[in-house]
Design a protein around this ligand. Structure first.
Ligand code: CMP
Length: 138
């Protein structure tokens, strides 16, 4: 069974959308194998998004991700990586399909409610950034 890494971002936790997003995750057949609420420092956000460090939006992105609490999770399902990306919808909520989380809960490309890993290697790295093996309780 595949695992992916997911975040409910600070815009969505602040707006009180956490419960609705978690409910949707379970309705869509994902198993939450690990979950915690964290408040990242700027340095921790920079470490997490290091792959984007050369991008023009890096500073805004890491400032935003360290502006309030996030809920970080490990989700399990057949094809979890692709399935979670499908449920989130397009990165830019303005382009996200009806019924996706970013369409329903996102405001704009920066405040887009959720994050998900894009490939198996990234999922493994991102899971290990926030969780130890003992915290993955299946
Ligand atoms: P996320 O899936 O968390 O990965 C990186 C984030 O950077 C992305 O969601 C967006 O919220 C943010 N971002 C801001 N501008 C862009 C852009 N032009 N392209 C991709 N991601 C962007």
């Amino acid at each position: 069974m595949e695992r992916t890494f997911a975040i409910v971002k600070p815009d969505a936790t602040a707006a009180g959308f956490t419960g609705r997003i978690l409910a949707r995750i379970e309705q869509e057949g994902f198993k939450i194998v690990a979950i915690k609420k964290i408040f990242m420092s700027k340095k921790q956000a920079e470490g997490f998004y290091a792959v984007h460090s050369a991008r023009p939006f890096f500073n805004d992105l890491t400032s935003f991700m360290s502006s309030g609490p996030c809920v970080v999770m490990v989700l399990e399902k057949d094809g979890a990586i692709k399935e979670w990306r499908n449920l989130m919808g397009a990165t830019n909520p303005a382009e996200a399909a009806e019924g996706t989380l970013r369409k329903e809960f996102g405001k704009n490309i920066d405040n887009n409610a959720t994050h998900g890993s894009d490939a198996p290697e990234t999922a493994a790295t991102e899971i290990a950034y926030f969780f130890s093996a003992l915290e993955l309780v299946g």
